[in-house]
Design a protein around this ligand. Structure first.
Ligand SMILES: [Zn+2]
Length: 212
């Protein structure tokens, strides 16, 4: 064991041969700095787990795997949070409430992750411009994706009346798309399925039934 410039005791890891802060684990590769009985070969180390000294590699633990920097005292709360999100997802799926399902799926884990960043002091380590860039990229890509994938018509009533969905950027092009689609449907004598339209959806065969 030696002392570096900042007076933090360090030790050389017996596996990765790096000088790391002295402690139970190597901060780089996660092995025990002092060998333990029954640990197995150094390349496997199935009884070690750097994120949580009390757990091992083969133990399924969502909280310490998803939130490795969490202080041990907060793990139980995050386990409960994860369980609440999962139960809500299953419940909304069973109740056939897609809007609530999407909201919980999109915001539930995000909310837990923000709490995790706060609890593990990650906010202090990451510069403000990195946060700003991440937020701008996320919002920009999300809005761009919605604009690119905007549907032609969501409901039969909108189709019948040639209405422009509010997320579309160009009304003229939407009307032109509707006209082109209507022409193709007429020419090919095709059936038009508008997937967000509940009467259309209900009138279609669903798995395990199928169309030839
Ligand atoms: Zn190491």
């Amino acid at each position: 064991m030696s002392m570096n410039d900042e007076q933090v005791p360090t030790a050389e890891c017996r596996v990765c041969r790096t000088d790391v802060p002295a402690g139970e684990f190597c901060g780089l590769c996660g092995c025990h700095l002092t060998p333990r009985r029954g640990e197995g070969p150094d390349w496997l180390r199935i009884r070690d787990y750097g994120a949580a000294p009390g757990e091992n590699l083969l133990q399924l633990s969502l909280a310490s795997s998803l939130f490795p920097h969490l202080p041990p005292r907060s793990r139980t709360v995050f386990r409960i949070g994860l369980a609440v999100v999962l139960v809500a997802l299953v419940a909304f799926a069973l109740l056939r409430l897609p809007a609530a399902l999407v909201t919980v799926a999109a915001l539930g884990f995000l909310f837990l992750f923000l709490l995790y960043l706060r609890e593990s002091d990650a906010f202090a380590d990451i510069p403000a411009r990195t946060w700003a860039l991440t937020a701008v990229l996320g919002i920009g890509l999300g809005v761009g994706w919605v604009l690119l994938t905007g549907d032609a018509a969501h409901f039969k009533d909108n189709w019948d009346n040639d209405r422009v969905p509010s997320i579309n950027t160009n009304a003229e092009q939407t009307h032109a798309s509707h006209a082109l689609l209507a022409k193709i449907v007429a020419e090919k004598k095709a059936a038009l399925w508008i997937n967000h339209d509940l009467p259309t959806f209900d009138s279609l065969k669903h798995s395990p039934e199928f169309y030839d």
